[in-house]
Design a protein around this ligand. Structure first.
Ligand SMILES: CC(C)(COP(=O)(O)OP(=O)(O)OC[C@H]1O[C@@H](n2cnc3c(N)ncnc32)[C@H](O)[C@@H]1OP(=O)(O)O)[C@@H](O)C(=O)NCCC(=O)NCCS
Length: 207
């Protein structure tokens, strides 16, 4: 596979800058009414250990942190799609969008998988995961990606526009409940004529 060159996103003091989006947000947390000052930005090389720690703590196991390490070794890893939530200098959340393919009998389509994502336990349910997803999807659009697949909670991801992937003829490569396997086209016609089985990169097999 040919290594891809990734020009940096426009950045200002490390805070991600997406057209139409504020550089940082003070946000009312859903359900709790607290204000959370959180910066959302692309990862830097010094964030790597803290990102692993976020996943270790959120999942209570090392698998997802190891997965991210393995994905970093791949030519198609794009650090612009590795986004952190930072509060008072500490990394408290992380989201990664990983290149995948949707393969039909005679065609292969490039897309992304939203995976993995984590927020440290004591900061969950304060809207930080939602901030990461919203900023992350904006970044995916800015970088001209076409669609994002997610395997996750059926009550959570539809609020960001995800729909059952089966509606588009897109299938998982393993047995999962239909309602948990979702896709979001990033432009209106992004999935026209697209269908097939999602192929995750090999490091996912170990999780
Ligand atoms: C999933 C996760 C990243 C969400 O982050 P968050 O900051 O708590 O998310 P938000 O505050 O924006 O939203 C909270 C919502 O997440 C929902 N949710 C999504 N996935 C969930 C999951 N796997 N388990 C529990 N709740 C989940 C909750 O139902 C809650 O819904 P509510 O707003 O109706 O109460 C966080 O709970 C986490 O790190 N969980 C452990 C790791 C994980 O399961 N990652 C996702 C799979 S890769």
């Amino acid at each position: 596979m040919r290594p891809r060159q990734h020009p940096p996103l426009q950045q200002d003091r490390g805070i991600i800058s997406v057209p139409g989006q504020p550089k940082s947000k003070k946000r009312k947390t859903p359900g709790k009414g607290l204000t959370v000052p959180t910066s959302i930005r692309t990862e830097t090389p010094t964030d790597v250990d803290a990102i692993t720690c976020v996943h270790d703590r959120a999942f209570g196991q090392p698998n997802e942190g190891c997965l991210i390490k393995a994905l970093r070794e791949r030519d198609d890893f794009d650090p612009r799609l590795s986004i952190v939530a930072e509060d008072s200098g500490a990394i408290i959340g992380h989201i990664l969008f990983t290149p995948i393919q949707i393969e039909s009998e005679d065609e292969s389509y490039d897309a992304l998988a939203l995976a993995p994502m984590a927020v440290i336990p004591e900061r969950q349910r304060q809207g930080i995961g939602s901030l990461l997803i919203t900023h992350g999807l904006d970044t995916c659009r800015t970088l001209d990606h076409s669609a994002v697949i997610v395997l996750g909670h059926e009550d959570y991801y539809p609020r960001f526009g995800f729909q059952r992937a089966s509606r588009y003829g897109i299938k998982p490569p393993f047995e999962v409940p239909d309602k948990s396997f979702m896709v979001l086209p990033l432009t209106p016609n992004a999935l026209a004529g697209v269908g097939g089985i999602v192929r995750y990169p090999p490091p996912f097999n170990a999780v």
